[in-house]
Design a protein around this ligand. Sequence first.
Ligand code: AKG
Length: 279
Amino acid sequence: MDMSETERVLSRIAETDIRALESDGAICLRNMFSEKWRALIAGGIARDLAHPGPYARTQSDPDDPGFFFTDYYAWRHTPELERFARESPGAAIAAKLTRSAQINYFFDGVFVKNPGTTKKTNWHQDQVYYNVDGNQIVVLWIPIDPVTTETCLSFVRASHRWGKNFIPVLIKDSRVPEGLGPEYVPAPDVEAERENYDILTWDMKPGDCIAFHPMMLHGAAGNSLKIQRRALQTTWLGDDCVYAVRPVEVEPRIEGRPFKAGERLTDESIFPKVWPRAV
Ligand SMILES: O=C(O)CCC(=O)C(=O)O
């Protein structure tokens, strides 16, 4: 049988995987992105490091033995990452996982941790940082270097179902935005008592990715390995995603034009429609 790459990749995702994502909030999918896509991501990350965008930050302190760099919306100024969003199997994977008929691309995050980096990614939920409500939304976290459980993201199983909003804290200086109401509570110190939580984390090979719900509580250590740890985070909007007003300005912002609360995020000039693919 002659299957397209997308069909081949989708055939590796079983209904049990989708159910596990729905119940546990995060799954590791093996062998999703071929060398071609990983090379494209690697080129895009290199270009973004050389020509960072307005959201770029060096998250590590000057005395950190390593280096921790992040950027958001890199696809907007990095042709390799735009191509990945539009043409890679990521869109089809997102449609299958969220049981959506259509996927619009939201943003990507570049995460680079050089060997020796001590700066951690604090425990957080993604969705409280941005103006999107919805359940048919998925994040694909795609490392292009091998990661072990020391450098992988860790998740608290099923925390997307806790019904809690944890205060969004900026990685760089642990700053908390002012003006949050009582519906936001501090995230628990998972790191200090990991044994009390049901933690999901994986050893991963290049090509594997983690799919997770952006209300999942997650964090990551620095980089204790001898190799770089480069990852591209991609966030995909499915059928029920709408604009949500947040009490404070968070990032990445939704820019381009004003949106009304509850408005679908399908304006293709801001959120490219990536699935179904244009013929
Ligand atoms: O790669 C990391 O260290 C953090 C990634 C992350 O928090 C995310 O993708 O939401």
